[in-house]
Design a protein around this ligand. Sequence first.
Ligand code: UDP
Length: 328
Amino acid sequence: MKTILVAGGAGYIGSHMVALLLERGYEVVVVDNLCTGHWQAVKAPAKLRVGDVKDQAFLDRVFTEFPIDGVINFAAFSLVGESVGNPLKYYENNVGGAVSMLTAMKNHNVKKIVFSSTAATYGEPEKQPIEETDRTDPINPYGASKLAIEGLLRWCDGAYGIKYAALRYFNAAGSNADVGIGEDHHPETHLIPNVLAAALGKKSLELFGDDYPTPDGTCVRDYIHVRDLVEAHLLALEYLDRGGESGPFNLGSGDGYSVKEIVETARRVTGKEIPAAMKPRRPGDPPTLIASNRKAKEVLGWVPKRGLEEIIADAWAWHQSHPNGYEG
Ligand code: UDP
C-alpha cells in the first residue's frame, strides 16, 4: 500500500489522518468539497482535489489520475441535532456519498475501505460499556444514515470483495499543534470546542440538560484524542491489507465523563472561570455512551495513549493560537 485516498481530508478528523499518513511516508490524495473542510488543513505534499463525493464522474477521474491502494472515508455530515431536523440531507449526503465511493472502488478495483461510523449507531444502549455485538438501534437520522452504510458495506464485501472496517467513533477532540491543525466547525456544536471558546470569552456556554439518568444529571460521553483516533484508522487499513476480516470497531477510551466533568477539567487546564448556563435537553442526545475498545485493542493492536487532560490541553493550545479558526 502506497497511495491512500482520504475523502473529507480537509475536515477535522480527516486532516489529522492526512498528517499521520504523511508522517508515515504514504502518498496522500484528498478529495473534499470544502463545504465544512478547510483547504489550509491539507498540508503538502498531500494532493487536494476539490469536488463532491456524490459526483461519480469526479471520483472516477480521481481514481484514474492516481493509483489508489486504499480509501479512508470521512466525508459526511455529522451533527446529531441538525439530522433530527433534516433527515433527508443526512441520507442523501452520507448514504449517497458512500454509494458513489463504493461504485468508484468497484470500477477501479480498489478493495479496502476504512469508513467513519459512529457510536450513534447504538441509539440508547441497554448496557455500558458498549460492545460491537450489542444491538444497533439509532435514535437520530445521523446514526441511522451511518448504520445504513454499514449494511451497504457488508453487501459490497459479499458481492465485490471490498473489505471494510467501520470505525464507530465515540467523541473525538484534541488537536495536533505540531502541524498546526485543529477543530474548526461553523457553527461549532461540540462540547469541548464550545467550552474553550467560552474560556476565550468568544461565546457563552450552554449545557444541554441536567435531568438525565446519570450520576450528576448531565450526559456522559467517551472522549478520545483525535491523534489516537487516526492511529486506529491506519492500523485498520494495515489489518485489511493483511487479509483481516471486515467489520465494525469501537473507537473510544473506555472512560466516561459527564458534561459537568468536562467543564470542570477545562477550568483546571485553562485556569479560566468558564461560566455556563444550564439549558433544556438537546433533541437526539442519549444519556450515556461509553465504548468497550477491547476489539480494537485485540484485533488491530490499537493503544490509545492520551487521556482527558491531554485532549483538553491540546485543544486549548489550538484555540489559543487560532482564536478565529483557520481564517484567523
Ligand atoms: N453539549 C452541551 N453544550 C454544547 C455542546 C454539547 O451541553 O455547547 C452536550 C451535548 O448535549 C452532549 C455532550 O455535550 O450531551 C456531547 O455533545 P457533542 O456535540 O460534543 O458530541 P455528541 O455526543 O453529540 O457527538
